[in-house]
Design a protein around this ligand. Structure first.
Ligand code: HEM
Length: 202
């Protein structure tokens, strides 16, 4: 009887990923609204501004994807970085390497980096929607919108692998909090990029 209750509670307890998602729902909605307000798919010029933000985000994420300790925890992590695809997209569109005006960066040590990775990996899920919209500008996963492409294995499958890897890590209570905070900070970073872009463009 006790075992049954325990099993049910375990089943119902939200996973680490479900908790991060719930804790950052509002952060994501704000980013979604801010990015759509840029009307990124109304013109290639607007898309170029969005791509510049993606460049800045993926550039600060790059050292996390290549960190030895994180790759030991999450095998295959370095292959998930989309930084090179963002650079190729800029090249396709003949755009110069953007400058990051935000003056902030991602942490280079500590468990908070796992939260940042959640945000970056999760953004590839929503990218399915963005890739469809990019077709309006004649952009696709082979030209200009490479970084929005799904993985060859399938977008959902690739994401679920990451979810399993992240959920499988054994973390103490402090580390758990740091992960949640890291996800919040990563959304905050992107938020800051959009706001800074607005100021620079004004
Ligand atoms: C206009 C811009 C955006 C739109 C319309 C959008 C839309 C979406 C959608 C529809 C999903 C759910 C996909 C699914 O469950 O199949 C999603 C997931 C997600 N997006 Fe976005 N997104 C946008 C921008 C971003 C940005 C810039 C970031 C990161 C900085 C981001 C981070 C995430 C994350 C972390 C998830 C995964 C949530 C989870 O299931 O745990 N999104 N997005």
């Amino acid at each position: 009887m006790t075992t049954d209750i325990k099993a049910r509670v375990t089943e119902q307890t939200p996973t680490r990923l479900e908790r991060i998602k719930a804790n950052t729902r509002e952060d994501h909605q704000q980013i979604d609204d801010l990015v759509m307000a840029m009307k990124p798919f109304d013109s290639r010029e607007n898309y170029g501004r969005f791509l510049a933000l993606q460049y800045c985000f993926h550039a600060v994420m790059k050292p996390l994807y290549h960190a030895d300790d994180l790759n030991a925890l999450i095998p295959g992590l370095s292959e998930r970085s989309r930084f090179d695809s963002v650079c190729a997209d800029l090249g396709d569109l003949g755009l110069a390497t953007p400058r990051d005006h935000s003056g902030t960066s991602a942490p280079l040590t500590g468990p908070g980096r796992l939260g940042w990775l959640y945000v970056c990996e999760g953004s590839n899920l929503g990218a399915a929607f963005l890739l469809k919209a990019a077709a309006r500008l004649d952009l696709n996963d082979g030209f200009g919108a490479r970084h929005l492409a799904g993985h060859d294995e399938g977008r959902g499958k690739h994401w679920r692998q990451f979810v399993e890897q992240l959920n499988g890590l054994v973390l103490n209570a402090d580390e758990e909090i740091a992960v949640q905070q890291g996800a919040h900070d990563a959304f905050g970073f992107f938020h800051n990029l959009v706001i800074t872009d607005r100021k620079v463009a004004a």
